[in-house]
Design a protein. Structure first.
Length: 458
């Protein structure tokens, strides 16, 4: 007579409770956990149980019943009542023999387990067949899905992971087949990172939006932030506005568009489907909540990235400083990684004559000139007042000397000169000792008139 799987479980528990004082519970698989959907005989029960946890998790994973005469001897026992001594747990199987849940009974008084096991197995088999006939275990509600995905977004370690989690959540919670994030940026609007496996409609939407370019993407963002969330009614014969033509060309017939974050730095979440559907206002509300959570997480990741960058960068020149430099030279390759110790000639005179502001301007301009003279992949650090170090990868010492000479030429074009000492790590030599040899070569340049390069002895 039960019309839902939940009713079938509740009536099963109620019927059993008339014949035994046991603590009775039925747990069904919902997403990746066992969820208690019916219970009796305990002051408190476990609402959900993670996979393979407890005797119930063990039975579900194995598909085999468990009869535990003394729960104190079973390390998997999950206590629900202080007086429990015995537990009987049997799998609830679908007609194909696959576990979809468990039926669990726990007693505090002596009980003959043999007959109860036979009864429980027969009852679980009938219950499994009835649940399957009613469409299977109850699904997560959309609110539960949203909370689960919110947790995944909160723990995302990178922008890409966050966008993937947000797009996956949008598809799952809305039940629509495609989702795309469009984000504002200093160089114009752009598509967010793709998911790991976009479907056909999502791939077509991404292709159409990419071809459309930054200006139409910007209009989509502006529209969402000017007017708020919008959705189609699933009615044929009504053409889309110009802003949505790329989505229509991609095959989207149902669309929910939700603003994300602030207008100047946020974006828009587009959730679409090829079918003519009619999203209800609750779906749109859930998408708005999802977009708000996604932006909060994205803003947090960007803030943390800025703080890390500030912590590892020289505030004057923007170059990385001693902390990252120490990590980099610790990975120096003997014979291949060259350290270039650089010192600005006559810097103290500039400070003493023209003041520290003039000295700061000199350092900033020189840092930019040296960066431009280095190759792609070479790294420049500021490790002291007027002291810099470049870390470069070379095939021969002569190549390092040529790059050092390029740096001196770049410095001359700014109206200043520098002295450069070059050293390559020896086998077994610490990075600190290599840098010391580069410094010694630099001071040799200073002693011989400055404005030059010297290679430390191999």
């Amino acid at each position: 007579m039960a019309s839902t799987a939940l009713e079938a479980c509740q009536w099963t528990v109620a019927a059993l409770a008339r014949h035994t004082p046991a603590t009775i519970s039925i747990l069904l698989q919902v997403h990746d956990r066992l969820r208690c959907v019916a219970a009796t005989g305990a002051w408190q029960v476990f609402s959900t149980v993670p996979p393979k946890t407890g005797i119930v998790g063990r039975v579900y994973a194995s598909g085999e019943p468990a009869t535990v005469a003394d729960v104190t001897t079973d390390p998997d026992y999950l206590p629900v009542r202080p007086d429990v001594t015995t537990e009987l747990c049997v799998p609830v199987l679908d007609p194909a023999g696959r576990p979809i849940g468990v039926l669990d009974l726990q007693w505090g008084d002596p009980v003959e387990l043999g007959p109860w096991r036979e009864t429980a197995e027969r009852l679980a088999a009938r219950l499994g067949a009835r649940i399957t006939a009613l469409g299977g275990p109850p699904a997560e509600s959309r609110s539960e899905k949203l909370l689960r995905h919110a947790a995944a977004m909160t723990s995302a370690p990178t922008d890409w992971d966050l966008m993937t989690a947000a797009i996956t959540a949008a598809r799952d919670v809305s039940t629509l087949s495609a989702a795309v994030l469009v984000l504002a940026g200093r160089r114009g609007a752009r598509l967010g990172a793709p998911t790991s496996a976009p479907g056909e409609l999502e791939a077509r939407i991404r292709a159409e939006l990419t071809e459309a370019g930054a200006v139409p993407l910007g209009r989509l963002i502006a529209r969402a932030h000017r007017h708020g969330a919008a959705y189609t009614l699933g009615e044929a014969g009504h053409p889309p506005t110009d802003d949505y033509l790329p989505l229509s060309r991609a095959g989207a017939r149902t669309l929910v568009a939700v603003p994300v974050g602030p207008p100047d730095s946020g974006g828009v979440l587009l959730v679409a489907d090829e079918r003519l559907l009619r999203p209800d206002p609750t779906t749109v509300n859930l998408m708005e909540l999802l977009a708000g959570q996604a932006w909060t997480c994205l803003d947090r990741l960007r803030t943390l990235a800025r703080l890390r960058e500030q912590a590892s960068s020289d505030p004057l020149t923007g170059l990385r400083h001693t902390g990252p430099f120490g990590q980099r030279i610790a990975t120096a390759t003997p014979g291949r990684t060259a350290l270039l110790a650089i010192d600005v000639d006559g810097f103290k005179d500039v400070n003493d004559t023209y003041g520290h502001q003039a000295g700061d301007r000199l350092l900033v301009g020189l840092a930019r000139a040296l960066e431009e003279a280095l190759r792609h992949g070479d790294e420049l650090y500021r490790i002291g007042g007027d002291e810099f170090v470049a870390v470069i990868e070379v095939n021969r010492p002569e190549e390092a000397v040529r790059i050092a000479e390029r740096l001196t030429e770049a410095a001359r074009r700014t109206g200043r000169t520098i002295s450069v000492g070059v050293a390559l790590p020896r086998p077994g030599e610490s990075a600190e000792l290599t840098l010391r040899r580069a410094d010694q070569a630099l001071y040799a340049v200073k002693r011989h008139g400055r404005d030059g390069v010297r290679l430390a002895a191999a």
